[in-house]
Design a protein around this ligand. Sequence first.
Ligand code: UN1
Length: 523
Amino acid sequence: MGRQRSGKYPYIDMKIAECFEILQLNRKENGSWAGSEPVGTPEIYLDSHSPVDGNLMGSLSKTSRADYDRIVEKAEAAFRIWRLTPAPKRGEFVRQLGEELRNKKQALGTLVSYEMGKSLQEGLGEVQEMIDICDFATGLSRQLYGLTMHSERPDHRMYEQWHPLGITGVISAFNFPVAVWSWNSALAWVCGNSVIWKPSEKTPLCGIAVQKIVAALLKKNDLPEGLSCLVNGDAEVGRWLAEDTRIPLISATGSTRMGRSVGATVAGRFGKSILELGGNNAIIITPSANLKQVLPAIVFGAVGTAGQRCTSTRRLIIHESVYEQVKSILAQAYRQIRIGDPLDQNNHMGPLVDAQAVLNYTHALQEIERQGGKFLVPGGILEGEAYKTGFYVKPCIVEANPQMDVVREETFAPILYLLSYRELEEAIRIQNEVPQGLSSAIMTESMREAERFLAADGSDCGIANVNIGTSGAEIGGAFGGEKETGGGRESGSDSWKAYMRRQTTTISYSNKLTLAQGIKFDF
Ligand code: UN1
């Protein structure tokens, strides 16, 4: 894209090279780490190309099975020490991580933007989510509360306590290459667990950069290596984690297809899993919606991250009385969307992540035609010099009906379906009638409509918003959804409980043994 090239990193430009320096990234990296030590001898190298311009950013090795086993042993050893470290001390480590991320926010955000393709603003926002969850987890380290209960027996006390669980395996997706790891790791660490992370093979350098930040901090604090481990590779490495009885908890973010396989494998060995999978998120636009106010929410939800958030807005369910008006406002707004280099802050939307993503997008466009959808704003691959080497596509709007198969599926691309409704009950039924259940929203000035949407027979999603869009959730809430979204919850609220084991304790200070349920047993 005509940027100035750097000497040390011949394929990338100066701005990116500076970030590489700050993040201490090399052109060739060992992709397997336990704490501050790279593990094993690199053999097979995988390349990471930027979707922005197709440039080779770097190469890194895939984790071998032997290295994987060594890494798990290190994570087990670290856990044995960490589980006995007081939780507020564990929190102090996470606090320092938040500080480091503040220092490296610009560099890491730029790397995220360049390796994944989201806008720089969104890359920086993603690092901000990491900082926020570190702050949250630091406070949480003094609040891992259990309940006390009144025993039915005299002179007995009952309470529950939360203990660390063990190694937490984190499998994360390309679309949030660093934030999702942090939601899991910050909580896992204050809860007393060690972490093994398998980042997406589409954004491996983001994984290495984060590992290096954590590794330096572990070393500085003289903490056991193995608290933070990194393994790299494709679905095979994911399967090792899912099958491994040494790993009591797997937190997996990605497609429903991936989650179905990982979830079944983990359940088959009675492991615990947190699944955060596909979404098919809708916004209901009621007659009273303040269209001026909600338009940016709709457009950001649909084209932000090029439609590659699991919270992206995919369906608009519009009341028939405002349908034509919404159509024309949207068509006009879409004409103003600037697509191109995501590091250029004038652009709203960057590329899709890779060639496969473009294929999925074009396949969906064909299906829309075949199934009778009508393009209000046409889609297609962007041609021309500026787009030659990246994966740039046009965000599109389709008038559709809710029963079309393509509308019921999650296509990770900027495709927005318009559906119309007459009664609110119908809108809520359409909203709920998809296999996924992550995020949802209603735009209304009517308290009755908002509350109807939030009632037990309202939205069936894990996230239900009023007068804001479906994406961009804050870390303080529990994040996740129902049905094919997998049911897991990450990040805020009491999601931490999934990273610990609950122990119920009954203590007698009586002189005689009393049995519960009034049972008499003379002996
Ligand atoms: C995801 O797409 O997997 O709510 C996570 C949001 C972000 C996280 C999305 N805070 O859009």
